[in-house]
Design a protein. Structure first.
Length: 254
C-alpha cells in the first residue's frame, strides 16, 4: 500500500500501459483520476478499479487541450482535494515513410507526445506543489534511442523523434521542479503488447531483428511497465530524479 492517501492523475488511462498503471496504483492504495481522450475507455478503467475495491474517477481530457486538462484537474480536486502524482502516459503512433508523411502527422505526434506531456505537467504540477510535493513519470520509449522498426519496414520518423525529446524534457522538468519537492523520471518501454503497437505488433514481435536483439524472448506486458512506473512514483525511488528506466527486455543491450 505504498500509495495510500495519494492521488494520481494518469493520462491515456483508457487502455494499454495507462490502464495497467491506473489499476496497479489503485491496488496499492492510490485514488486515481483516469483521464483519456476516449471517455468510454476511461469509464471502463475506473469501473475495473472500483470492481476491485479501489478508488477512481474518469474524466475526458485531450492532452492537446489545456482547458480540458484544467477541467480534469478541477474534477480531481473536487473529488479528493489534492493531486500528489502524475503519469504522463498519453501518446500517439503513426507509421510513415520519407516523402509520404503529412505535416499533420508530424504536428500531431509532437503535439501529443511532447507538448501534451509538457502541457499536462504545466497544469497539474501546481496542485502537486500545493499538496507538499510528489513525483511525475513520463512515458519515453526505446525509440528515443534506436530505430526499432523491423528491417525492410518503414520507419516512424515522427514518433521516434517525438519520443527522443522525452528524456531531455524529463531532465529539464526534474531540474525545475526539484526545489518544489517534485521528482520527475521517465520509463522507456520496448515492444509491449498494447493497442498503440497497432496491427503491426505481431509482425514486430516475430521479426528476426527483434528476436535476435531482445534478451527476454517475448514482447513485454503493460503490467510490467506499470510496475516500473509505480516504483519510480513511490518513496522507494526517493533519491531518483531526472532518470530514464528501460523496460525493454534487454533490447538496447546490443
Amino acid at each position: 500500500m505504498r500509495f495510500e492517501g495519494k492521488v494520481v492523475f494518469v493520462t491515456g488511462a483508457g487502455a494499454g500501459i495507462g490502464r495497467a498503471t491506473a489499476i496497479r496504483l489503485a491496488s496499492e492504495g492510490a485514488a486515481v483520476a483516469c483521464t483519456d481522450v476516449d471517455k468510454k475507455r476511461a469509464d471502463e478503467t475506473a469501473r475495473m478499479i472500483g470492481g476491485q475495491g479501489g478508488k477512481a474517477i474518469s474524466v475526458e481530457a485531450d492532452v492537446r487541450d489545456r482547458q480540458a486538462l484544467r477541467r480534469a484537474l478541477d474534477a480531481t480536486l473536487k473529488e479528493w482535494g489534492k493531486v500528489t502524482h502524475l503519469v504522463n502516459n498519453a501518446g500517439i503512433f503513426r507509421w510513415g515513410v520519407l516523402g509520404d508523411m503529412s505535416d499533420e502527422a508530424w504536428d500531431t505526434s509532437f503535439d501529443v507526445n511532447v507538448k501534451g506531456m509538457y502541457r499536462t505537467t504545466e497544469v497539474v504540477a501546481p496542485a502537486i506543489v500545493e499538496a507538499g510535493g510528489g513525483a511525475i513519470v513520463n512515458l519515453s520509449s526505446i525509440s528515443a534511442h534506436v530505430i526499432a522498426c523491423p528491417d525492410g519496414e518503414p520507419n516512424a520518423h515522427n514518433y521516434d523523434t517525438s519520443k527522443a525529446a522525452v528524456p531531455l524534457l524529463t531532465k529539464s522538468l526534474a531540474h525545475d521542479l526539484a526545489p518544489k519537492n517534485i521528482r520527475v523520471n521517465a520509463v522507456a518501454p520496448g515492444l509491449v503488447a498494447t493497442e498503440l503497437s497497432g496491427p503491426d505488433h505481431p509482425k514486430m514481435a516475430e521479426a528476426a531483428d527483434f528476436q535476435n536483439r531482445v534478451l527476454i524472448k517475448r514482447a513485454g506486458r503493460p503490467e510490467e511497465v506499470a510496475a516500473a512506473i509505480a516504483f519510480l512514483l513511490s518513496d522507494d525511488a526517493s533519491y531518483i530524479t531526472g532518470a530514464e528506466l528501460l523496460v525493454d527486455g534487454g533490447y538496447l543491450v546490443r
